[in-house]
Design a protein around this ligand. Structure first.
Ligand code: FAD
Length: 337
């Protein structure tokens, strides 16, 4: 049986008792329903890029592997594209750029599936999927019915949504995006990108250029999957940027609508004494390129990853009084002391 270590990007986790691979909407619903009716727990996975699964996990796993997308050409306002949940996210972004569909180009290079993107409202380089998602088609496990949830009801926020809030209620079957048409990228909102292009915030470049720039920047940070680069054997950012009333002096911080500030978790980690490459052993360390990623150097267990995460979180709490929250889903494990 394939272990979770082979199904996740950080390459840790035990072996499921049952692994079902569902390639169509019908197969997904059947697999979920039969587990639900038998009262059995089911771990649903896409690309496994935001998951830490316990070493002793032996549960049932459903891998969503439905692919393909359709553009409804009867819709006048831009492209109206419905993508199956198991479709690879970055393949979709590449096709959007090729087809002149705008609004996701800054999200180039994010691993995983389209169906997982609404869950934590995937975001990077000034874009979030919530800006282009029109609706999400789901299987409601409580009512046992197909339910279409419009974007306005998804409760999207920073790395959150209604799907994250109620993790076992819906299985995402497909996502519909409404994308403006054009060859120029959406206006650049992220300073690092503006600097890369020698531009100002609000300027635009071609969407192909933007994608290429984002991919280069991501590769430089180990944030692009590469089996030869251990810095990318991760879940991306391990911690979310915390929201605080008063940011520490000199911390990079961004004002939020509620009057609080979002503070850079990477800065807090570094200032608490955990530099790039820091580890408690040589199996799991912070990325050598970025302090926000915890990485598997080849032989790490999930315990190694969690131990390091706990150590870093405790260090940040001791120095700043701020408790970092993990971004990935932790399955049958935790970083609590
Ligand atoms: C190198 C690297 C870089 C990354 N960079 C970013 C980034 O820039 N921005 C960002 O936001 N994230 C980033 N991530 C995190 C991750 O790629 C995203 O969260 C991605 O959307 C997860 O997709 P997945 O298919 O791999 O989900 P999985 O890890 O397989 O699952 C994640 C969660 O979603 C649930 N789930 C998955 N599919 C479904 C479905 N169809 N229905 C219901 N529940 C489902 C799972 O049960 C689990 O709880 C990065 C990760 C890595 C490894």
């Amino acid at each position: 049986m394939t272990a979770l270590a082979e199904l996740t990007t950080i390459r840790v986790g035990g072996t499921p008792s049952v692994l079902t691979i569902a390639a169509t909407e019908t197969e997904i619903i059947e697999a979920v329903n039969s587990a639900d009716e038998a009262g059995q727990e089911l771990l649903i996975i896409g690309g496994g890029s935001n998951l830490i699964v316990a070493d002793d996990f032996t549960g049932q796993v459903l891998k969503i592997a439905s692919t393909g997308y359709e553009n409804d050409s009867t819709v006048c306002a831009g492209a109206w594209v419905t993508v199956q949940a198991g479709h690879n996210w970055d393949d979709f972004v590449a096709d959007c750029v090729k087809n002149g569909w705008l609004g996701v180009e800054a999200l180039s290079g994010i691993p995983g599936t389209v169906g997982a993107t609404p869950i934590q409202n995937v975001g990077a380089y000034g874009q979030q999927v919530s800006e282009t998602i029109a609706q999400v088609r789901t299987w409601n496990r409580e009512t046992k019915k197909i339910e279409i949830i419009f974007a306005a009801n998804c409760e999207f926020g920073y790395r959150t949504s209604i799907f994250k809030k109620y993790p076992n209620r819906w299985v995402i079957l497909s996502v519909t995006f409404q994308l403006p048409l054009g060859d120029l990228s959406s206006p650049i909102k992220y300073n690092e990108l503006a600097v890369y292009f020698n531009n100002e915030i609000g300027d635009r470049v071609s969407s192909q250029q933007l994608r290429a720039g984002v991919l280069e920047l991501r590769a430089g940070k180990g944030m692009l999957l590469d089996s030869t680069d251990h810095d990318s054997w991760s879940v991306g950012s391990f911690f979310m940027n915390p929201r605080v009333a008063q940011p520490p002096q000199d911390a990079p911080a961004w004002p939020e609508a509620d009057g609080r500030y979002k503070v850079s978790a990477a800065w807090l980690i570094e200032q608490a004494g955990f530099g790039k490459g820091f580890g408690l052993n040589d199996r799991a360390t912070l990325s050598t390129k970025h302090t926000l990623a915890i990485t598997n150097r080849g032989t790490a267990s999930s315990n190694d990853v969690l131990e390091l995460a706990r150590h870093v979180r405790n260090g940040v709490k001791a120095k700043f009084g701020i408790e970092l929250q993990p971004e990935p889903k932790l399955v049958n494990c935790s970083i609590e002391n």
